[in-house]
Design a protein around this ligand. Structure first.
Ligand code: HEC
Length: 157
């Protein structure tokens, strides 16, 4: 029992100590996804879906929930954002090649159709961020149309 008390105390001390540290936040206000929206021309509904369900982890601007002020949650979120942006960053769309844009659209379709994205941990904590079957269909249709544009762009003139 004595040992257990010591361990509990140590855990509390570590948790409290952690609160003095926090990872750098992913915040850059402004219309950072303008190029992506202009090029791929999603419907207003799809645009809202990207804003509500994807940009927090796949853009240069995250809207943080209040619990991000609590370590170690802040570190878990920072890791999701870092990993998410590494794979796909809607704020950096202008920097991707045609081939990469085409491939990313294919992956967006796959991840959403398979139900991998948005991450379960995210939809569990954020209401109405999971896509309905109708929204998934609309996204699939948009991906197909937009990929054609990028694929045509690849053709030699
Ligand atoms: C909570 C953070 C989070 C949200 C919200 C989120 N993602 Fe992701 N996403 C990640 C992480 C982390 C990875 C990389 C690790 C992985 O594949 O699981 C990733 C990977 C991806 C990939 C690349 C997969 C690959 O194989 O390279 C695509 C495409 C993607 N996400 C699309 C989306 C779309 C579209 C949305 C919105 C409908 C979305 N994500 C919402 C965190 C997120």
């Amino acid at each position: 029992m004595k040992l257990l008390k010591k361990i509990s105390l140590a855990v509390v001390v570590v948790l409290v100590g952690m609160q003095f540290f926090s990872p750098t936040k992913n915040i850059s206000p402004g219309s950072h996804t303008e190029v992506f929206i202009k090029e791929t021309n999603p419907s207003a509904e799809l645009k809202t879906i990207f804003e509500n369900s994807c940009y927090d982890c796949h853009s240069n601007n995250t809207e943080y929930p209040w619990y991000n002020n609590i370590a170690p949650i802040s570190y878990l979120l920072a890791d999701h954002v870092k990993e998410g942006k590494k794979h796909l960053n809607f704020s950096e769309w202008q920097g991707y090649s045609l081939r990469k844009k085409d491939r990313l659209l294919e992956e967006i379709e796959e991840e959403v159709v398979d139900g991998n994205m948005p991450l379960n941990q995210y939809t569990f904590l954020h209401n109405d961020t999971a896509l309905t079957p109708n929204e998934v269909n609309e996204l699939v249709e948009w991906v197909r149309q937009t990929r054609i544009i990028y694929q045509l762009g690849k053709q030699p003139k």
